[in-house]
Design a protein around this ligand. Structure first.
Ligand SMILES: [Zn+2]
Length: 50
């Protein structure tokens, strides 16, 4: 998945703003939830800024 970085900013399960480090890994830092593909579509952001 080049050009797209999976960053889960807000966990769909616990609705918490994720910590940057956990968000970068695509895992919720609160409940350790790993989003499914359909969830990633919501959370994925383009890597334009980097
Ligand atoms: Zn969570």
């Amino acid at each position: 998945m080049h050009g797209i970085r999976i960053v889960m900013k807000v966990c769909p399960t616990c609705s918490q703003w994720n910590s940057p480090k956990a968000a970068y890994k695509g895992v919720c830092g609160w409940c350790a939830y790993i989003p499914l593909c359909e969830d990633l579509e919501l959370a994925a952001e383009r890597d334009d800024a980097a």
